[in-house]
Design a protein around this ligand. Sequence first.
Ligand SMILES: N[C@@H](CCC(=O)N[C@@H](CS)C(=O)NCC(=O)O)C(=O)O
Length: 234
Amino acid sequence: LKLYFNPRPNPLKVALFLEEAALDYDVVPVDLLIGEQFEPAFRYLNPNSKVPVLVDGESVIFDSTAILLYLVGKTGKYGPADSDAMQGDFLSWLLFIATGLAPYSGQAVHFRYHAPAPQDYALNRYSYEAERHWRIIEERLAANRFLLGDRYTAADMSLWGWAPALPYLLHDDAAWDRFPNLVRWLEEIERRPAVAKAKAIEGRFSFKSEIDEETLRIMFPHNVPLSQNTQRGA
Ligand SMILES: N[C@@H](CCC(=O)N[C@@H](CS)C(=O)NCC(=O)O)C(=O)O
């Protein structure tokens, strides 16, 4: 197995699964701030130019949720129990995170920290929606130890990728006070040895951290007029 990785929420959740399942894997670092995700060899694996990607022999899987589902199928671990109700819950919560919580949180971050003014309307919308999605998780965790009751699954791993960043995502240093059940859940997850191992991957590589002009051009190509933009190259 090969995991194409950068220490961000989506690759981290996959690293957590690989560690939990004690699978052997090599890590291939992809430095996003210098644009390695746009190199042809990487685009060949993921035409969407994003991490994570998992290569398993002949199989190439991109998108963290697709990878989690693939790994659940491959290992038979960290999926739902056999009951229809639990299968429904598993797919629902996993995709709630993939299609709602994550993109709204990501766009809230974009408009809060990176967008040029005026950003009020977009910022209001995405901050509101991000908060709303996190509140739904908080309610779920008020009534359940994990997202699927007492069963720890890949849906929790997916949530773990994002959860530690809550105050940054919601731009609120006191955010944890408003999400006590999320805190309780996160503290339990963070005690798992696999979490420490997933977090330790970052230290084995050096990734660019400075957001300079070159990085802004790479990460936000929509700010470059289309006629001058060769970055996406598709
Ligand atoms: N839906 C995708 C999103 C992947 C994604 O947004 N990855 C980010 C890092 S967390 C990335 O590679 N960004 C680089 C870029 O957008 O150029 C998934 O869940 O894997």
